[in-house]
Design a protein around this ligand. Structure first.
Ligand code: ADQ
Length: 493
C-alpha cells in the first residue's frame, strides 16, 4: 500500500493509552497511517521565539507524527488571523465577522510556505499526500513549486461558500487558484461541491468541467468529489452500550425527575447556532406552557478559539441568554436550561446522548456535523430518541429521516421540538433505522476508502441520497403543529 502523508493544522495521534478520547477522524487516519507506515505532519501547538524548521518526530501506537513549532506572530496572523478571523467566518456565511487584513494573508502565506519547506525532505517519490482543511489551502501549490510530483489531495472540512460571499475576500482568485495544484479536492457534501464548481465556472471561464467532475485547467486535471465524513459508528455504538456509558446515562437521568431531556453538544462557535437554539427552546416554553417543568435542555459547549474576540462575544451572549431563560421560567424544583462550558470524555458523552429524548443539532452552517451522527449511533434501538437537525448542516443531505429545521426560525425549532417530544415509538424507530443505516454504512472508514480510491483514479459510487420523504410518511417538524403536551480536544480546531 502506498505510504500516506497527512498534513493538518494540528495532529491528533493516539495517546498510547487506548483510543477512547480520539474522535472517529483521528482513529481512521491513524489506522491508515499505521497500515501504510505513514506520517502525520502539523503544528505542535507550541510557540517559539524564532522559527527554526526543526521537526519533532514521535511515534505512538504505530503512528509517526512530525510537528513543528511556530512563532507567536505566525500563530497570530495565520491561525488566529487568516484561518479563524477571515476564512472561518467567510466559509460559514458570516462576512460581517470576517476581517480582511493584509497582515493575516501574509502570515497565512508564510506559514504555508514554512510547512512546505519543512515537510519537503520527508516526502518520498511514491507517497500519497493528503492535506486537510482551510488552514492549508495553498500548501499543495507550495509543494508543487518545490518539485513535488506526488499524488496530492485536499479535503475541506467546512462548507464552501457561495460565490457572492466568497468574492468579498480580496484575494479570492489567488486562493482558489492554488487549489488547482491538487489532483483531488474533496468536499463534505454535494451542496458545497456545487458552490465550488459554480465559482470555478464564473471566475475561471477557461476551465473545462466534465460530467465526471474533473476540472481541466492550465494543463492540469483536478478531480472534485463529494465525500461525506462519517464516524466510527461501530465503536460509538458499542461505547454507548458499555457499563461506563450506562453509568453516565443513569446519573444524568437521575437528575431529571422523569422529565424528558433535549440535548445539544457543540464547540462554542457562532456557526453552531446556539443563540437561535436557545431562542427556539424559549419559544417552546412560551407557546406550550404544558412543557414547562416537563422538559430540560442540556447544552454542552466547551469554549474554543478563546483568543478571537468574536468567540469571547458569543460566550458572553450565551451566558446572558441562558440566564434570561432560567430567570424567566425556573422554579424552585426545575431548571429549564443547563448550559455547560466543558468537555466530556467520549464514553460519558455517548451515555448522555442515549439519555436524551431529543438530539438538537442546529448549526447555521456546518461542513458536516458529527454530533448528529454520534447521537444516532448512541441510541437504544428499542427506544430511540429523535434527531432534530438543521437543513444547513452538510449532514442533512444524508439524514433526511431526521426532523429537518431552519435554525433561524424560533417557530420551526419550537414546532420540531414539540413533534419530537410527542413522537410515537413506531415512528421514532422507523426514522432511527433509516438514519442508522446510513451512519453505519457511510462511516469514517467508508469515507477514507472512498477518498483514497478517488485519489487513485478509481470510480466511486455517488453518495446515495435517502428518499426525500421520511419513513412512515411522517410529517416534517417545520410543517406540523405540536399538540399541548475529561477531556475534550476539538479535532479540527
Ligand atoms: P467541528 O466544527 O469541531 O468540526 P463537529 O463535526 O460537530 O464539529 O465535531 C465535533 C466533535 O467534537 C464531535 O466528535 C463531538 O462529539 C466532539 N465534541 C463536541 N463537544 C464536545 C464536548 N463537550 N465534549 C466532548 N466532545 C465534544 C469540523 C467541521 C464539521 C465537520 C468536522 C469533521 O466544522 O462540520 O463535521 O470538522 O469533518
Amino acid at each position: 500500500m502506498t505510504r500516506l502523508i497527512v498534513i493538518s493544522n494540528r495532529v491528533s495521534p493516539p495517546d498510547g493509552e487506548g483510543k477512547s478520547n480520539q474522535g472517529g477522524l483521528a482513529v481512521a487516519l491513524s489506522s491508515a497511517l499505521r497500515e501504510t507506515n505513514g506520517i502525520w505532519f502539523g503544528w505542535s501547538g507550541n510557540e517559539i521565539d524564532e522559527f527554526t524548521g526543526q521537526i519533532n518526530l514521535s511515534r505512538a501506537d504505530g503512528v509517526t507524527t512530525a510537528t513543528i513549532d511556530l512563532e507567536a506572530q505566525d500563530v497570530e496572523e495565520y491561525y488566529n488571523g487568516f484561518a479563524n478571523r477571515t476564512l472561518w467566518p467567510l466559509f460559514h456565511d458570516r462576512t460581517d465577522l470576517a476581517e480582511f487584513e493584509r497582515g493575516f494573508a501574509g502570515g497565512y502565506a508564510r506559514v504555508n510556505d514554512r510547512f512546505a519547506e519543512t515537510l519537503l525532505p520527508l516526502i518520498a517519490p511514491d507517497d500519497d499526500i493528503w492535506v486537510h482543511d482551510y488552514h492549508l489551502i495553498p500548501l499543495g501549490r507550495e509543494l508543487r513549486q518545490r518539485g513535488v510530483r506526488n499524488r496530492t489531495a485536499f479535503f475541506l472540512h467546512t462548507p464552501w461558500p457561495v460565490l457572492r460571499l466568497l468574492i468579498a475576500l480580496p484575494s479570492h482568485r489567488q486562493l482558489v487558484e492554488t487549489l488547482f495544484a491538487y489532483d483531488l479536492i474533496g468536499f463534505q457534501c454535494q451542496t458545497w461541491l456545487d458552490s465550488f464548481l459554480h465559482y470555478v465556472r464564473e471566475q475561471f471561464p477557461e476551465a473545462v468541467v466534465d460530467e465526471q467532475g474533473t476540472i481541466a485547467i492550465d494543463g492540469r486535471q483536478v478531480r472534485v468529489i463529494a465525500c461525506p465524513i462519517g464516524i466510527d459508528a461501530q465503536e460509538f455504538k458499542a461505547s454507548a452500550a458499555s457499563a461506563e456509558a450506562e453509568e453516565a446515562r443513569r446519573a444524568l437521568l437521575g437528575t431529571l425527575d422523569g422529565r424528558k431531556l433535549i440535548m445539544g453538544v457543540d464547540r462554542l462557535d457562532y456557526s453552531k447556532g446556539l443563540e437561535q437554539r436557545f431562542n427556539g427552546y424559549e419559544r417552546l416554553l412560551l407557546d406550550h406552557p404544558d412543557y414547562q417543568e416537563g422538559v430540560s435542555l442540556l447544552q454542552i459547549a466547551p469554549p474554543s478559539r478563546e483568543d478571537v474576540v468574536s468567540y469571547q462575544d458569543i460566550r458572553k451572549q450565551l451566558e446572558a441568554l441562558s440566564g434570561h431563560i432560567n430567570g424567566e421560567f425556573a422554579t424552585a424544583f426545575w431548571v429549564p436550561l443547563r448550559y455547560v462550558n466543558r468537555g466530556y470524555d467520549r464514553t460519558s458523552l455517548a451515555g448522555m446522548y442515549r439519555a436524551a429524548s431529543v438530539g438538537l443539532v442546529t448549526p447555521l452552517r456546518d461542513g458536516m456535523n458529527l454530533v448528529a451522527k454520534e447521537y444516532v449511533a448512541a441510541q437504544d434501538p428499542a427506544d430511540p430518541g429523535v434527531l432534530v437537525l438543521s437543513r444547513f448542516a452538510g449532514a442533512a443531505e444524508q439524514m433526511a429521516a431526521a426532523l429537518l429545521v431552519n435554525p433561524f426560525s424560533p417557530e420551526e425549532l419550537s414546532d420540531a421540538l414539540g413533534q419530537a417530544l410527542r413522537m410515537p415509538l413506531e415512528e421514532r424507530k422507523a426514522r432511527w433505522h433509516a438514519l442508522m443505516e446510513s451512519v453505519e454504512r457511510q462511516d469514517v472508514r467508508w469515507w477514507l476508502r472512498r477518498f483514497l480510491d478517488a485519489l487513485h483514479g478509481k470510480a466511486i459510487e455517488p453518495v446515495m441520497m435517502p428518499a426525500a420523504s421520511p419513513p412512515n410518511g411522517g410529517d416534517r417538524g417545520a410543517e406540523s403543529r405540536p399538540a399541548p403536551a475529561a477531556r475534550f480536544v476539538a479535532q479540527n480546531d
